[in-house]
Design a protein around this ligand. Structure first.
Ligand code: NAP
Length: 279
């Protein structure tokens, strides 16, 4: 049976380090602050925002939730972002996705000043990640890398296969793995024979969003499997990942569960990145 990578426990330890750093920053007379922008009535976003608020408070970071209704005009959010950019008490700005359909995420996220872009999603910060300059990287990929390092002291030279190529997870994760000297293969919905390619992976990371998509036929015996996916079954509160945990844990060397895998790491890195933006 595979070793279970307990993201909840790992995130808890990491949060204690973040708490210590927040205390040090406060000794300098600075109150770290994150602005969370929540638009529309997506039920999952509501839960995520509440979780972020709670975690921020628990590590000593203050937060403000800026709530916009489903029919908000793009310019109203743009005005808030401009205001927060100029507010010296706000160190970090998060634009929660998904946005209602009539709003353009890329346009709005690029209004965030790169020095306050806590999830590393502005074009400038993503560009820096791809050219290898120091920057803020997106939280979920950072969390995945952290989990990989709890199993592998050194991932250089390992073959990492990432399923999914979004700007928030798959692509930045592939780049971080490349920066860590992995051999990286990035798969997407047009990729042919995903199981055959995945079976060559030492590190298999799935960020597709299809419940139980990854079965044992995708997994090389002994591989480390990280499940980023979160799907709700039939609109219920029960969440499942991309990976068929029961089946794959019989083949993999190490595996993350859902819940309590990548999710807690993502929020912990949001706090880590917030402190990183305090100058
Ligand atoms: P997304 O923007 O919908 O991207 C999904 C990606 O999966 C796309 O690149 C798509 O390819 C690819 N894909 C679809 N079918 C595929 C297939 N059969 N084989 C290989 N790739 C395939 O989603 P996302 O925002 O990256 O999120 C992915 C999942 O992670 C979701 O379940 C989301 O809820 C979850 N998530 C979890 C956390 C966390 O903290 N745990 C954080 C963020 C996201 P194309 O580009 O060709 O369409």
């Amino acid at each position: 049976m595979a070793k279970i990578i307990n993201g909840k426990e790992i995130a808890e330890k990491f949060r204690n380090q973040i708490k210590e750093r927040a205390i040090e920053i406060k000794k300098r007379g600075i109150e770290p602050h994150i602005a969370l922008i929540n638009t529309g009535d997506d039920p999952a976003s509501k839960i995520y925002i509440a979780g972020k608020e709670k975690l921020a408070a628990s590590v000593g970071i203050s937060s403000t939730v800026h709530k916009f209704s489903n029919d908000t005009e793009e310019n109203e959010i743009a005005e808030l972002i401009e205001k927060l950019n100029g507010d010296e008490k706000t160190h970090a700005i998060l634009l929660q996705s998904p946005l209602p359909r009539h709003l353009q995420f890329r346009r709005l996220v690029d209004l965030i000043h790169p020095s306050k872009d806590v999830d590393g999603l502005t074009t400038l910060n993503q560009g820096k990640l791809f050219t290898g300059e120091p920057t803020v990287a997106p939280c979920t990929p950072l969390g995945v890398l952290h989990l990989l390092h709890t199993v592998h002291e050194n991932i250089a030279g390992l073959h990492a296969v990432v399923l999914g190529r979004s700007s928030i997870v798959g692509k930045p994760l592939a780049q971080l793995l490349l920066n860590a000297n992995c051999t990286v293969t990035l798969l997407h919905s047009y990729s042919k024979d995903p199981p055959d390619i995945c079976k060559t992976a030492d590190l298999l990371i799935s960020a597709v969003g299809k419940p139980l998509f990854i079965g044992s036929e995708f997994v090389k015996p002994g591989a480390t499997v990280i499940d980023v996916g979160i799907s709700r079954i039939d609109g219920s509160k029960k969440i499942v990942g991309d990976v068929d945990f029961e089946e794959v844990s019989r083949v993999a060397g190490a595996i993350t569960p859902v819940p309590n895998g990548v999710g807690p790491m993502t929020i912990a890195y949001l706090m880590h990145n917030t402190l990183g933006l305090v100058v």
